[in-house]
Design a protein around this ligand. Structure first.
Ligand code: PLP
Length: 445
């Protein structure tokens, strides 16, 4: 019997309710809260709320805590850096912490070529930097992005984000020159085709109906993509998708910008998800799990592409020493604890279990994923495939009340993204709760 989770007071307990009330008074209402979970502390795969309940974390603080919460090695690295210095603008001076991390990133990112890294403080900044760099290097203004993508909320990145209208409503005009094309979402093919008989029409479409019609390729700088769409619903393209996209990019000399903010740092069982497709991007964006909860954004590019001059791009806190030592500790921890292997192993097990659930459940339409980045898409019925939006909300709320911190993505997809440290018994305990919640919700009207 698993000792976790532990529910001692039905959530939200009195302390949580009080804090949520105060939050409503003082905090920006622009955040989306799934349910009133108020965190007091966290350790490895467990988060504890202010009323003493302990939950198994199946979302990793939204895909940030890949090495587990408060990993002792990460905490120790941060503490000892605190004793040395907290800040000394990397934009104007030098320190070894940032250089060491860039060297490690060059080693773990795909491609046996020289690389350089720009450091910011978030995922959206990593994307902004990639877009600006592509413009600088190519002297071209146009870009191709994807429908249902999420790349962040600052204006440049938001110009590519396209997964929910609320992200863009009333924020126009955005950066001009971005054409959005359908993603390889085979369960809901935007062209109503079926894989593999479609012969990857979604790639040929970009060539025939975008580049050859209204985005002159000689003015297009890059294609920006997520290798697995995250906020869009944990959508995994089929095996030849990215090799074909690369061929298209090569045909016209376009750069490939790979946004690994959510899918990177081991989440899928590889350092970066694009490795599953054996494609080497020109620019990679990393953030979230890189510094285990401390703010960081990294834009890693081929050295010959990162050729912009002093003054062209920088941010005061980018590459701050605390985040850099935390990130170095994350990379070492993933190597030493063989967390890529564990993500593959536990992920394969979870996928198998959830695919069995799909076979017997009337509301599980699709189960997909790589490593510990797994989506369970709920539908009203398997014929119409109508997204079961409210059912998904009921499932995650029910699971939370029983001790699993889990969230959705896309319209009605349950995301399974625990720390990569999770082991069998705890994973089983969490999946039992999620499966029960799905089964119960399926039986309700
Ligand atoms: C793929 C991807 N890119 C970019 C971002 C933006 O990151 P941030 O919220 O740190 O700005 C996110 C955040 O969820 C993301 O999933």
């Amino acid at each position: 019997m698993s000792v976790y989770p532990k529910i001692v007071v039905s959530p939200p307990g009195p302390k949580a309710r009080e804090l949520v009330k105060k939050d409503e008074q003082f905090i920006s209402p622009s955040y989306v809260r799934y349910y009133p979970l108020v965190i007091e502390s966290a350790n490895d795969c467990i988060v504890k709320d202010v009323d003493g309940n302990e939950y198994i974390d199946l979302n990793s603080g939204i895909a940030c805590m890949n090495v587990g919460h408060n990993h002792p090695r990460v905490v120790e690295a941060i503490k000892s850096q605190c004793d040395r210095f907290l800040h000394y603008s990397n934009t104007d001076f030098y320190y070894k912490e940032v250089i060491n991390l860039a060297e490690k990133l060059a080693e773990i990112t795909p491609g046996d070529f020289e690389k350089k890294t720009y450091f910011g403080n978030s995922g959206t900044e990593a994307v902004e930097a990639a877009v600006k760099l592509a413009k600088w290097h190519t002297r071209k203004q146009l870009f191709i992005g994807f429908i249902s993508a999420f790349h962040g909320r600052t204006v440049g990145a938001l110009s590519f984000t396209a997964s929910k209208p609320t992200q863009r409503r009333h924020f126009f005009p955005l950066m001009p020159g971005v054409a959005h094309v359908p993603y390889a979402y085979c369960y809901r093919c935007p062209f109503k085709l079926t894989y593999p008989e479609c012969h990857y029409w979604c790639v040929d479409f970009i060539d025939e109906f975008v580049l050859q019609k209204y985005m002159p390729p000689e003015d297009v700088a890059a294609i920006l993509f997520e290798p697995i769409q995250g906020e869009g619903g944990y959508v995994v393209p089929p095996p030849e998708y990215f090799p074909r996209l690369k061929k298209l990019a090569d045909k016209y000399g376009l750069l490939l910008i790979d946004d690994e903010v959510q899918s990177g740092i081991g989440r899928t069982g590889k350092w970066f998800a694009i490795e599953h497709w054996n494609v080497e991007p020109d620019i990679i964006c990393s953030s979230k799990a890189l510094a285990s909860g401390l703010p960081i954004g990294a834009t890693i590019a081929k050295a010959k592409i990162m050729d912009w001059p002093g003054g062209s791009h920088a941010s005061t806190f980018g590459g701050n020493p605390l985040s850099c030592v935390a990130a170095a500790a994350v990379i070492e921890t993933i190597k030493e604890e063989k967390l890529l292997d564990n993500a593959s192993k536990q992920g394969a097990y979870a996928l198998k279990r959830l695919r069995e659930l799909k076979e017997r459940s009337d509301i599980v339409g699709d189960v997909r994923g790589k490593g510990l980045m797994i989506g369970v898409e709920l539908v009203e019925d398997k014929e119409s495939k109508k997204p079961a939006v409210q059912k998904a909300v009921r499932v995650i709320t029910r699971a939370w009340k029983r001790g699993v911190a889990i969230v959705t993505c896309g319209a009605s997809t349950i995301r399974i993204a625990p720390p990569l440290t999770i082991q069998g018994e705890m994973l089983d305990a969490a999946l039992d709760i999620v499966e029960d919640a799905i089964d119960e919700v399926a039986k309700e009207a």
